[in-house]
Design a protein around this ligand. Structure first.
Ligand code: WTA
Length: 631
């Protein structure tokens, strides 16, 4: 990773300043002053934000910090859906548009806050009819359609804990998540649509629940005509479930610290980790950042291109923007289908004002060429955002000039599934520095340190850490306290992020990528261990080692080294079989771009594969200290 460290960029200090109106009209007008206000009294700072939301009863204490365990808004009662729905419906936003959805063929669907509210309550009552209640885990495996948002909100309405699995994951990945959470129910659709093709989600669910003893029912949204058959006794139709139930469903009274959802993220070793978020703090953190980072205004039309299956979708499609009363656009769409102008066409037609996407998408837009955005009128755009991996200076400049027309601020937001909310960025109106995400959001104290926790000098590579607890922080790794504690104990007293970073003289932070065995491919976290175990689960593979390799477009590619079992011969057919096997097991995002058959792998004496050595060999660089290498 350190080979990507660009000293010149750190010294150069090139800035872009958005037009002064942005600062004048921003929801957070003075970053420095707000940050000082936070430092002076962190709990009072967070309490004043929390007070903008509705609580059934107030907290006794803002924070109880029993390192490394936090409780926020102690003993307060609330429900996040009350803040995302009721609060608007019973005020001036009743008939404001909450969600606009578009499909690939231009199909459209619009929900006002009132419509969303009614649908969520009916579906919530449907869930109750199936015996789902507070604390039960529900797995949601759906395409990017409004019904997915409704399913999530309905769970939160009744206090059920949702575990959303990205619709691009394969059977094994889905099965693992269902079993680890002990989900009683799976909510899915017959198909998802992508580039004109149908993805048979229901069939994948049927395979994934073969060894999932906790699953009692599967709710299926049937989109295709004629309607697919449902398995008697287990599968229930989405719409039929909503028939004959009461139209009202009061929001369950949730303790601030009751779980809201579990979402899996890759670990550097072993199985994926179930990141657990709770109701109160997560609500406050995502509401606050949606309001100040995206500077949401009443008449904005906001589009986050992520899938709801990732944390970006949870926090910045659903909960944050709806808590802030925004109008959100979602689409079951891709940037290059039916042609490479698709996103720009949508922005022109709908008048999108805030656009939040990933660097890998921006680099793809760059490759497809300016002629595509240039065909459309993008003047409605007000703010651009980026998330998921470092936004390299070339991509920043292109995004700023070609899409933002040298006018729109870019918020390069650094955060993680674990942090729940955005943590580092440059606030709207502040000067921006390409290559640097920015500074800590008021409420967050980031620090770049060495292994012992000592702050490193500006311009020096170090580990990114967060010094203080924050409301939206994860509270647990589901059923694995040791893995939770590790985040806080790797470097004493602070949250170790797992990323490498450099701070400039001006305090701006550049994030360089992971410091561990997680590979970020096109903005998606993939653990080397997951891909290795998928490969080893193929009958011809004895051993596998996986590394990330820098790639211009996707940030990183997956490369696998495979030792075959005795009697197996390398061949093109086997290579393709292995790729297909990983696709079916984990999903398309985890398929190695390259597989190399080898006879042995570099290992330590204790038998651990030294990926660092493989990587150095692959890139033709010095592997560093190899004294622990066995052969
Ligand atoms: C990376 C996604 C640089 C980082 C919200 C982090 C970034 C991991 C940025 C978390 C950014 C995310 N600049 N790197 N703006 N945003 N990352 O859990 O390595 O899917 O640790 O959360 O993505 O990925 P996750």
């Amino acid at each position: 990773m350190a080979d990507q460290f660009d000293v010149k960029l750190v010294e150069e200090a090139k800035y872009y300043t958005p037009p002064p109106e942005y600062r004048k009209n921003a929801n957070m007008k003075d970053y420095e002053a707000t940050y000082q206000e936070f430092l002076k009294d962190p709990e009072a700072f967070w309490a004043s934000i929390a007070k903008e939301l509705h609580w059934f009863s107030p907290w006794d204490k803002v924070l109880e910090w029993n390192y490394p365990y936090a409780k926020w808004f102690v003993n307060a009662k609330t429900n996040i859906t009350y803040n995302c729905l009721d609060r608007h419906v019973f005020n001036h936003r009743r008939h404001k548009v909450a969600v606009i959805w578009r499909g690939e063929k231009g199909e459209e669907c619009i929900y006002t806050y009132q419509m969303l509210y009614r649908n969520v309550m009916r579906f919530a009552n449907g869930l109750k009819k199936l015996g789902i209640g507070k604390g039960d885990r529900v797995c949601i495996y759906m395409p990017m359609i409004p019904e997915q948002l409704i399913a999530m909100l309905a769970c939160a309405r009744i206090g059920a804990v949702h575990s959303v699995v990205f619709g691009g994951f394969g059977v094994t990945a889905l099965n693992y998540r269902i079993n680890d959470t002990g989900s009683k129910l799976v909510i899915t659709a017959d198909v998802g649509i992508r580039r004109g093709k149908s993805i048979p989600l229901k069939t994948l669910v049927e395979d994934a629940i073969i060894n999932a003893p906790t699953v009692e029912k599967v709710v299926v949204l049937r989109r295709d005509e004629p309607k697919v058959e449902l398995l008697a006794g287990i599968e229930v139709d989405y719409h039929e479930l909503m028939e004959g139930v009461d139209a009202e469903c009061k929001a369950e009274v949730m303790d601030s610290e009751d779980p809201l959802f579990i979402l899996y993220t890759s670990g550097s070793t072993g199985a994926p980790k179930g990141v657990l978020h709770t109701c109160g703090g997560y609500m406050v953190g995502t509401y606050y950042t949606s309001k100040v980072v995206f500077d949401l205004k009443e008449d904005d039309l906001y589009w986050c291109t992520a899938d709801v299956g990732w944390v970006t979708g949870h926090s910045y499609i659903l909960y944050g923007p709806l808590a802030a009363g925004a109008t959100v656009f979602i689409g079951e769409v891709v940037p290059d289908y039916p042609d490479a102008g698709n996103f720009w066409k949508l922005i022109e037609e709908l008048g999108i004002t805030i656009f939040y996407t990933a660097p890998t998408a921006i680099r793809m837009f760059m490759k497809m060429g300016e002629q595509w955005p240039d065909k459309y009128n993008l003047s409605s755009l007000r703010i651009l955002g980026s998330v998921g991996e470092p936004l390299n200076p070339e991509a920043f400049e292109w995004y700023y000039k070609v899409i933002g027309k040298n006018r729109c601020p870019i918020v390069d937001t650094w955060w993680q599934t674990e942090t729940g909310m955005q943590m580092i960025t440059t606030m709207v109106g502040e000067k921006m520095r390409p290559g640097f995400a920015g500074k800590g959001i008021p409420g967050v104290i980031p620090e770049v340190v060495d292994k012992s926790g000592k702050e490193v000098k500006s311009g020096t590579l170090g580990f990114l850490t967060i010094k203080n607890p924050w409301p939206a922080m994860f509270r647990a790794i589901y059923k694995n306290d040791e893995r939770y504690r590790k985040y806080w104990q790797t470097i004493p007293d602070v949250y170790t992020v797992g990323d490498l970073a450099v701070r400039g003289h001006d305090g701006y932070i550049m994030i360089l990528g992971r410091a561990d065995d997680i590979i970020i491919v096109a903005g998606h976290n993939i653990g080397t261990a997951e891909v290795e175990s998928a490969l080893v689960s193929h009958h011809s593979v004895a051993e596998a080692a996986v590394i990330g390799k820098a790639d211009q477009m996707k940030g990183n590619l997956i490369k696998a080294f495979v030792i075959l079992k005795l009697g197996q011969k390398p061949s093109d057919k086997l290579l393709h079989d292995l790729m297909y096997h990983v696709r079916m097991t984990l999903g398309p995002i985890a398929v190695p771009a390259e597989i190399e058959f080898v006879d042995k792998l570099p290992k330590t004496r204790s038998g651990k594969i030294m990926r660092r050595v493989l990587k150095a060999k692959e890139l033709g660089i010095d592997p560093g200290d190899i004294s622990t290498l066995e052969e």
